[in-house]
Structures are given as C-alpha cells and as structure tokens.
Design a protein around this ligand. Structure first.
Ligand code: CP
Ligand code: NVA
Length: 301
C-alpha cells in the first residue's frame, strides 16, 4: 500500500505544472495504445470508491480504468458503508487505508474530501465536491490539447461558476489557456479560486455578459445551472441564468464542451449538443484516459 499522503488530488493545484503535463503525457501515451498491448501497473491494487451522489462517467471510467490497469475497484454507494450513518469520515479514511491503495470520493461538502485526505494514508482523489472536479479538468485539458494541438486557445465559460468551472479555472491557469468566464451576478467563481489562478500564472477575465465572453473565444464550455443537491434553488437559478443558454447563435460554429450530464433546454439547446461542434463525447471518453494517466503516474511517484 502506498503510504505517501502527499499524492492526493483534492484540488487540481495539488499537482505542480510539471506534474500536470506528465499526467497528460501519460494519459495521451496510454490512449494511443488503447487498442494495443497495455501494461498493468496497478496489478494487485485496489481502489475504494466512496460516492454520496449519482454518477455515470466518473464511476464507470474509474471502474473500467482500474480493470485496464490491472487493479480492482470497490464501489461504495451511500447505503453501502457506515459513512453518513454514524461513522465519521476520519474513521472511514483510516479503516479504508488499511485495505486499499487509493480512495476516490464524490461528496457534497468539499471539507469532507479534505478531511478524508488528511486522515487517509493512501492517495485520495476528488471525484466531485461542491467546490471542485479536478478529474474532469484533466479530461478537459486532454481534449483541448487534442483539439488545438496544445494550449494556445481562448476558452469562454458560459454559465455557473461552479465546481467544474473552478477546477477548470485552475487548469486553464496552469496550462496557459486564455479563459473568460461569463456568469450571472452572484454566481461567479470564489475570489479565492480567481486569486489562486493568478498565482498559478493566469487569472481568468470575468464578466456578466455571455456575448462579451465568447467574442474572441475559440471554444465555449458550459455546465448545468442546477448542480446535484441544489434542487431547492431551482426556480431562482432558472430565473438568474436567463440569457445564458448556449445556443447555435452564441456558438457560431465553434467547438463546444460540456462535462455532462446536460440539461437540454436549460444551459444548452438540444441542437447545440447534437451538433458536430460538440466535443462532449470525446471529452467524456477522455475521463477514462486522463484518469488512467493520473493513476499510472501516481503509481510511479
Ligand atoms: N462529468 C461527470 O462527472 O459526470 P458523472 O456525474 O456522470 O460522473
Ligand atoms: N456541476 C455538476 C457537475 C456534474 C458532473 C454538479 O455538481 O452536479
């Protein structure tokens, strides 16, 4: 069992710039050999997957990835373990660390994954919190690198300054992408994230006007207006995000990204999502390759 507790990925900036490029290079190299022979660096290793919310992509890509890497994944949904039913996160962290080599966690409160990483003695990977989704950003950067043959591109984020946006902001800063974020007032990314992006190399430009944001963009990225667990804010959010829908008119034949699942008719029109401009299936597949790159890279640390 790997006992290096510094190897967790709670937020994207747990990786250095150099680490990030190594992870993406490893991911691209493994993807290139996807139909050929694969080594299995994680043979005999096990991953615990703690999930408090539903998931299609994250769950299946991590489980499949562990199979491809030669390891095994144990999925632990909200009713499977004592977490959330009386056993605190720190006890779960220490017990699981005695069995498995990696823990991934999709939880509501970001502080829970921070606590998990603090008490676990194996690497903890954030699989989505209210604050961050670093694994998504790894796949997004891999997708952008494929699309633009590098990171010399301008991205416009249109929508909620949410978990996916915040991780993407750090990733854009680290990769050297130019990023403009358009959110309604009150739905901006946290100041802390914006300041941190500046420290990492490149603060995003922020606006409340989607048209301004996309003016010079090579690529447009959006995500749902009502994230998981926010259903009680639904009406208020739908009203606040009026005018932020990603339509064919706004896209104007440029590539479009969405982490998925999409709520057609809300943040994006059906026509936009189904158009040839949508990179979303490549992006979704890249979750698998990016995470395989991350795990193979972590195993080498
Ligand atoms: N993008 C993403 O994390 O999707 P899932 O909720 O299906 O895992
Ligand atoms: N912002 C969305 C992302 C889902 C992958 C949510 O938190 O529900």
């Amino acid at each position: 069992t790997n006992t290096d507790e510094n190897c967790s990925l709670v937020t994207l900036d747990d990786l250095t710039h150099e680490d990030l490029h190594e992870v993406l290079d490893t991911a691209a190299a493994r993807k290139a050999t996807a139909s050929g022979l694969r080594d299995q660096p994680l043979a005999g290793q096990t991953m615990a997957m703690v999930f408090e919310k539903p998931s299609t992509r994250t769950r299946v890509s991590f489980e499949t990835g562990m199979t491809q890497l030669g390891g095994h994944a144990v999925f632990l949904g909200p009713d499977d373990i004592h977490l959330g039913h009386g056993e605190p996160i720190r006890d779960t962290a220490r017990a699981l660390s005695g069995y498995v080599d990696y823990i991934i966690a999709r939880v509501f409160d970001h502080t829970d994954v921070v606590e998990l990483a603090e008490y676990a003695t194996v690497p903890v990977i954030n699989a989505l919190t209210d604050n961050a989704h670093p694994c998504q950003t790894l796949a997004d950067l891999l997708t952008i690198r494929e699309q633009f043959d590098g990171f010399d591109a301008s991205v416009a984020w249109v929508g909620d300054g949410n978990n996916v946006c915040q991780s993407f902001t750090l990733g854009a800063a680290m990769a050297g992408l130019d990023l403009t974020i358009a959110t309604p007032e009150g739905y901006e990314i946290d100041d802390e994230v914006a300041n941190h992006a500046a420290e990492l190399g490149n603060a995003p430009q922020e606006t409340n006007n989607p048209k301004t944001a996309v003016a010079d963009a090579d690529l447009i990225y959006t995500d749902v207006w009502v994230s998981m667990g926010m259903d009680d804010e639904r009406d208020q959010r739908l009203a606040a995000f009026e005018g932020f829908q990603v339509t064919p008119d706004l896209v104007d034949d440029r590539p479009i990204m969405h982490c998925l699942p999409a709520h057609r008719g809300e943040e994006i029109t059906d026509e936009t999502l189904e158009s040839e401009n949508a990179l979303v299936w490549q992006q979704a597949e890249n979750r698998l390759h990016a995470q395989n790159g991350l795990l193979a890279w972590l195993d080498n640390q």
